[in-house]
Design a protein around this ligand. Sequence first.
Ligand code: FAD
Length: 512
Amino acid sequence: MTRTFPQHVDVAVVGSGPCGAAYVRILSEQRPDLSIATFEAGPLLADPPGSHVRNITDPAERESCQHRSEGPALAHAASPAGDREPDARLARPGTFLLPSGYRQQDEDGLPLAAMSSNVGGMGAHWTAACPRPGGSERVPFLPALDELLAEAERLLGVSAHAFDDAPLADEVRKRLGAAFDSGRAQDRQVASMPLAVRKHPDGLVTWSGSDTVYGDASRANPRHTLYPEALAVKVLVDDGRVRGLRVRDLCDGTEHEIRAARVVVAADSLRTPQLLWASGVRPAALGRYLNDQPQVIFAVRLRDTPSSPETAVPADHDEPGIVPYSGVNWVPFTDKEPFHGQVMQLDTSPVPLPGAERPAPGSIVGLGWFCAKELQETDRVEFDERGRDAYGMPAPRIRYRLTDRDHASLEAAREAVRRAAEALGEPLDNEPRTLEPGASLHYQGTVRMGTHDDGTTVCDPDSRVWGVDGLYVAGNGVIPTATACNPTLTSVALAVAGARHIARTTAAEETP
Ligand code: FAD
């Protein structure tokens, strides 16, 4: 049976990850009179919509949801000329990699950049680390940034206290602090990682996803409807103004036009520029200044940890919740030490252990150090009329190089990670491992924000695309700075500003 799509809404949102959900939440709270529709290419996985899949207790069901997030298993378009042969690339559960176009001859490319297609987006699979940006990571032209970040923390349910009773957390922090805190401002000293997680009365901690961002306000809003398996194929623009969206129902292939005076594209940092490009919205900076966070990892067995029953972990531990042992700790970015460090018990870390060792949570910690990439206009995702992806949309092609400065940053990050490892215990490997570009899954910058339409930016500080009234962009692509910290808190904060702009301006338009 063909689904019914609305003919008209006030606001159409593309994508149901944390940033699309933030628009719906703010508008549901501030303008419940507006009709809103969210169109999401991927399937609905769980109830409430947008839940994190690791909260699903049945392992088979969890695995099935991860698999269903990994995009359409269709034949992919032929690789554009210039691709190298694909080498062994592994996607994390719930994500899929670009099948082609991820690296051009003699370039570094982004072989490990991955996406998710499901209600909740990558936010149904993420690690939920939500640090605030510091120093040069911060968007310099947003005076209200701290208030926006606080609002994003409310939406995501961020807490720095989820692991306060983890038996080894204080010790890990003490050792890291001794190695890194000297000379740092108070808010840049080693701390518990702020996490978008929820602590239950029995001590179990579960992950926040878009379900948390949507919150009760969106779920109770009768004027918001979420359409899963509905691919936005074109933003309809006429005379410099948004008129609506063309959406393909992936259940039966039918296409529908939905009129909307405001369209928000929150379709991740590769597919947001893809949809704009497919719609003929092609500002000079579209897809450019693409940057991911070069990443170094290491694993360490903590020195002299107590072997009390409290820290012993059952050998068959495979529960979805996080069991707090050594917690998640944070070495913040500073301009002097421009890395973002994460030290996590291995059962919460997406970083695989070397060898086949099964982690005993708490006694072995994973270290991940992220660098800020040098921004270059030439690093970009580009499109042309020839290649199509598995959805039939213009196939992304990545042009991406690490600069001499990036290699120097990576060397300094390896040094910092060795220093952290030494403070904590005994490394499991001889040397830290440098991951292939894209591995951080924090690729950003492709629809970057700025104060002027000067050819280096795509949208204004309220996320409005220059030159197209009513069109907003959201997600990590909007972040204009080179960040090393996990970007979702910042991109949700920027989405809050955009949503407030819609709430404000629609109200003003209606005032006689
Ligand atoms: P997404 O969550 O990617 O959602 C975009 C949605 O748009 C997708 O569901 C997609 O299907 C949909 N879409 C795309 N194109 C279309 C179209 N044409 N029509 C309709 N729908 C479309 N970030 C952090 O800050 N901290 C972390 O600890 C962290 N850990 C991570 C760990 C993992 C394993 C992964 C996978 C990611 C992690 N991230 C982390 C990244 C984080 O998940 C993303 O930054 C965040 O989800 C971005 O939100 P978004 O709403 O912009 O995009």
